[in-house]
Design a protein around this ligand. Structure first.
Ligand SMILES: [Zn+2]
Length: 304
């Protein structure tokens, strides 16, 4: 896809292996590789003795067992969720049942905007609609444990309920699926919204943390530069869409062909939804016109 972001497509970690990734933080990889999850989802364990688990992962007995093995002899005091996609939050139920630890998250899964009639299925595909946090957290809340504290940073866009967490007193931020080292994030309506996503990127760009631990992929070591490139990449996508529409009206399939050169065919659906996300944002800003509300089957043009 894009060469303007210094992606790192290496992750030397086998599923189920516990590794201290930065001081005081361990990570364990789920065995769920795919074009969307890279090598798999990463669960994180914060602290020693009395610990938090961030993103217990999907329903996966082996992964849950590996997580519980990793914290044997310790007490899990918090289960923290970045967002309610099926590869991140459903494992919370099994970890909670085994440890009694309460769950923390922004809220249940919800779309970023009202649904259209044909969208119900798409929302169900990736969303974990069963998860309800025991403790709802808002932007700026601090989750304090034994020897560690997490500051919640609302980062809607990938999902409406996405939260990032800064590990207080360190240079480390858990970026979930909002910013990842191996790929751009998927922003797919109706779960995702591009205007929220861009605002959330700017929110992170204003922060000092240099090291990001993401839901997929290896550590991001120069996060401020990486986030700036993520923002520039999205602006580039906008420019490509406007450039293509400058040549005449287009539907989403022709925009995707024009914008995504060399796209993995398995990602065509995601690319179409990402393009729709950009179009929703561009229409809202008055830069693109369509008939009625922006939809996946709509035709798009520059405003007269
Ligand atoms: Zn996700």
């Amino acid at each position: 896809m894009s060469e303007d972001i210094p992606f790192n497509r290496v992750l030397n970690l086998s599923p189920g292996v516990v590794e201290e990734v930065v001081p005081g933080v361990r990570r364990i990889l789920v065995d769920n590789p795919s074009p969307f999850t890279f090598k798999g989802t990463l669960s994180y364990i914060i602290g020693r003795g009395k610990v938090a688990i961030i993103d217990p992962g999907p329903v996966d007995e082996r992964h849950t067992a590996a997580l519980l093995d990793a914290v044997r002899g310790e007490t899990v005091t918090h289960i923290v969720i970045t967002h309610t996609h099926r590869d991140h939050s459903p494992g919370a139920a099994a970890v909670k049942a085994a440890t009694g630890a309460p769950t923390y998250g922004e809220g249940p899964h919800r779309p970023a905007r009202p649904l259209f009639i044909d969208e119900t299925k798409r929302l169900d595909a990736g969303g974990d609609t069963d998860f309800v946090p025991d403790h709802r957290i808002a932007h700026g809340d601090v989750i304090a444990g034994d020897g560690w504290a997490l500051e919640a940073i609302a980062t809607p866009g990938h999902t409406a309920n996405h939260m990032a967490f800064a590990l207080k007193g360190t240079d480390v931020l858990f970026s979930g699926d909002h910013v990842m080292g191996w790929s751009t994030s998927i922003v797919a309506p109706p779960d995702g919204a591009m205007s929220d996503y861009m605002a959330s990127l700017h929110r992170l760009a204003a922060r000092p943390e240099k090291v990001y631990l993401a839901g997929h992929g290896d550590v991001i070591r120069d996060a401020p530069d990486f986030v700036a490139r993520y923002i520039a990449h999205r602006r580039g996508r906008e420019t490509s869409i406007l450039h293509r529409l400058g040549k005449g009206e287009a539907d989403i399939p022709s925009l995707v062909r024009a914008i995504y050169i060399g796209l993995d065919p398995r990602l065509t659906g995601a690319a179409s939804l990402s393009t729709l996300a950009h179009l929703e944002d561009l229409v809202a800003r008055g830069l693109v016109a369509t008939d009625g509300v922006p939809s996946i089957s709509g035709r798009y043009r520059l405003p007269p």
